[in-house]
Ligand binder design. Sequence first.
Ligand SMILES: C[S@@+](CC[C@H](N)C(=O)[O-])C[C@H]1O[C@@H](n2cnc3c(N)ncnc32)[C@H](O)[C@@H]1O
Length: 234
Amino acid sequence: MPASKPPSDAAHGPLRSFGRIKSRAIKPRQAALFDTLLPAIALPDPAAGAIDPLALMPGAKQVWLEIGFGGGEHLAAQAARHPDALMIGCEPFLNGVGSALRHIDEGELKNVRIHTDDARAVVDVLPDASLDRIMILFPDPWHKARHNKRRLIQDDFVGALARVLKPGGRLRFVTDWKDYADWALERFLRTPRLHWLADEADDWRLAPPDHVITRYEEKKLGDTAPIFLELEKR
Ligand SMILES: C[S@@+](CC[C@H](N)C(=O)[O-])C[C@H]1O[C@@H](n2cnc3c(N)ncnc32)[C@H](O)[C@@H]1O
């Protein structure tokens, strides 16, 4: 059983958890997977230096990154749909990691690599233009104004995401907090090379055809219906 630890990353400061890093005992079957499965699919420690995604899965046709995968339902579903793509998932919430390990085990998924800590440290050590897709689904809203600075979406981080996307690569950001959608869009639009793909309201109001409903989304805790922002690096 892993220790409950506050994840941190020296370059970015401590990761402030909106929820909890470990909220309840992890079920025995999932706990066992921390010992049996996680070591085989854990991403190399980003503190050790650059990570070349293609070295993790030689022959991968694409590389995707999901930041804050929660219980891993979306990560596992996309991995099953795209067995030729390497799916990197980052999540510091250990109960979520346990759930994701169960999905990966049950689906016999061979194309997932997991980092059980701060995604920002991973992005820092990925090569330029190395990712095809980045998914940020229902990030912690930090909706009180005095907490906005804790949001994942900050100018420097969006710049880092643009750096690691391939030209033509896509970033999907989804939230059910209106103010966070406005906040994120403002930052995306002022990031060089990122272009918002919406032409009409339905493009951000309706889920894209390949969207997989997440556990957090089902809770409907936000103040609006989900807003889907899809951006492309040009
Ligand atoms: C509101 S939950 C949504 C989880 C999932 N995407 C869903 O829709 O069910 C946001 C998740 O992001 C994770 N998170 C927050 N900051 C993160 C970071 N810097 N790197 C990786 N994950 C992060 C949290 O631990 C939390 O599980």
